[in-house]
Design a protein around this ligand. Structure first.
Ligand SMILES: [Ca+2]
Ligand SMILES: [Ca+2]
Length: 144
């Protein structure tokens, strides 16, 4: 199992799959990705305590629109949520703070910004989408 690719892809699926889809021919910068993350975090933090609980992440995953306007089924939503929690919750308190979320987004952004110019362009975004799709269908796409 390709843990790194799967977990990174889970984060991309959580944060920016719709965003990346929208910019298929454009570019995502670190600033624009961060802005989307801020919105996504706020939208996911249902009880507004500043942390994402497993239940909040799972609920958000379950509502997320995937390709073709379909939403994730509960089994996959739970799986992707668990992957996200496992990767993002670095202090292991069972919830994801904004700082933890930001740190993981930065790492994932760097992973997809393969030419390290501070932007994820159309090609890089397409790769990220393919990996995210793999994570949500259970078929992780190898990354290099
Ligand atoms: Ca919360
Ligand atoms: Ca935590």
């Amino acid at each position: 199992m390709k843990h790194h690719a799967t977990l990174a892809a889970a984060l991309v699926a959580f944060l920016s799959l719709p965003a990346l889809s929208a910019v298929a021919t454009g570019q995502e910068t670190r600033a624009s990705a961060t802005a989307k993350l801020d919105k996504e975090f706020a939208a996911s933090d249902a009880n507004k305590d500043g942390f994402l609980s497993p239940a909040e992440v799972q609920a958000r995953m379950g509502k997320m629109k995937m390709g073709g306007g379909k939403t994730l089924d509960p089994v996959h939503a739970k799986r992707v949520a668990a992957l996200f929690l496992a990767r993002a919750d670095t202090n292991k308190d069972g919830k994801v703070s904004k700082a933890e979320s930001d740190a993981l987004m930065g790492a994932v952004f760097n992973a997809y910004d393969t030419n390290h110019d501070g932007k994820v362009d159309g090609t890089e975004a397409a790769r990220a989408r393919a990996a995210a799709k793999g994570a949500t269908t259970g078929q992780a796409t190898p990354q290099r």
